[in-house]
Ligand binder design. Structure first.
Ligand SMILES: C[S@@+](CC[C@H](N)C(=O)[O-])C[C@H]1O[C@@H](n2cnc3c(N)ncnc32)[C@H](O)[C@@H]1O
Length: 312
């Protein structure tokens, strides 16, 4: 990968753009440039130096299809269609509801989360569910969030690093990895809860941050093999968030209950560790996983984005 210097061109003299690179805001201070260069090295991405006030559009036309732009206080992901930076948004509201004693957060309920739990979020995404879990497990607990998309990992891990988690919360620990491989590397029973919120098969209209997520996210479906691996790693539950408009849970052998009229989010869960039974016929064939359950969440849905109960 090219790091800097004159931009290369192809045979018809168009600039060759890398898929993703790092740069800075138009008026960067020296320490911001240093941070951006270091991050580019850490993420093994090219660094594109930006001349003073050089329009980002030019870098996007000539240097990279998407850019991680170091600004004062945030890293913003840009492509030709828009931009987004980390925003705790609905997670913040969900955390406030929990702090005020409300117990209707669907993730917390289905995962049976409690203080001191270790949670592995295999689909970190925008970090919203992970932040909610981090508050419930508290400072004696642990939340590790795995993300496969480097662009999303970069924005969200930088955002989480400067987010004020507060003394009542664990800090979310972001990991850049494919959750399928990460799970294989873990000892059995090393987390209380393993959580998946894979991309829904059927896209629906959502908030701008979610549109950005759709363009950069990893779409490989959750497979029975990965679910089995998660059951090995989880001591208590493996929880899967799905949509009643897709077949995702059904394909995993998690038969959805009749859904509520008000929301498209459904939840499935399988016991992990000791709870593994012999009576489950997985879609892979043969007894392996325990019996799956799923729940249709009855909370009313908002029209787009994630609502205050942890649903998109
Ligand atoms: C629907 S989003 C998750 C949203 C998240 N629950 C939140 O609250 O912000 C799914 C995310 O999982 C990531 N993902 C999908 N498959 C993955 C895998 N095998 N390993 C790690 N991340 C994965 C996608 O890139 C995407 O960012």
């Amino acid at each position: 990968m090219r790091v800097s210097g004159p931009r290369e061109t192809n045979t018809v003299n168009q600039p060759i753009r890398v898929p993703l690179a790092v740069t800075t805001s138009g008026k960067p201070e020296e320490n911001l440039i240093r941070r951006a260069r270091q991050a580019a090295r850490d993420w093994k991405l090219p660094f594109l130096p930006r001349r003073k006030k050089e329009p980002l559009a030019r870098l996007l036309e000539t240097g990279a299809e998407a850019l991680l732009v170091f600004e004062q206080g945030a890293v913003r992901l840009w492509d030709g269609e828009g931009s987004f930076s980390f925003n705790p948004g609905m997670a913040h509201l969900r955390r406030l509801r929990i702090l005020s004693g409300q117990e209707d957060d669907a993730l917390v309920r289905v995962a049976g989360l409690r203080s001191g739990d270790a949670v592995l979020d295999c689909t970190l995404g925008l970090g919203q569910d992970a932040l909610v879990a981090a508050l419930v497990v508290g400072p004696s607990g642990r939340v590790v969030g795995v993300e496969r998309s480097l662009a999303l990992y970069a924005v969200v891990s930088e955002g989480l690093a400067s987010y004020d988690h507060g003394p009542a919360s664990a800090r979310v620990e972001p990991v850049y990895a494919d959750a399928r491989e990460y799970l294989r590397s873990l000892p059995s029973g090393s987390f209380d809860v393993v959580f998946f919120d894979p991309m829904f098969e059927k896209p629906k209209k959502s908030q701008p941050a979610f549109e950005m997520l759709r363009r950069f996210a990893e779409y490989a479906p959750l497979t029975p093999e990965t679910l089995e691996e998660a059951c090995r790693v989880a001591r208590r539950w493996v929880v899967v968030k799905g949509s009643k408009h897709s077949e995702d849970l059904k394909k995993l052998g998690l038969v959805a209950e009749a859904g509520s009229r008000y929301t498209s989010v459904i939840w499935g869960r399988v016991p992990g560790g000791e709870g593994r039974a012999e009576n489950y016929v997985s879609p892979l064939g043969g007894p392996s996983l325990p019996t799956g359950e799923s729940f249709a969440d009855e909370a009313p849905a908002r029209s787009c984005g994630i609502n205050s109960r942890g649903e998109r």
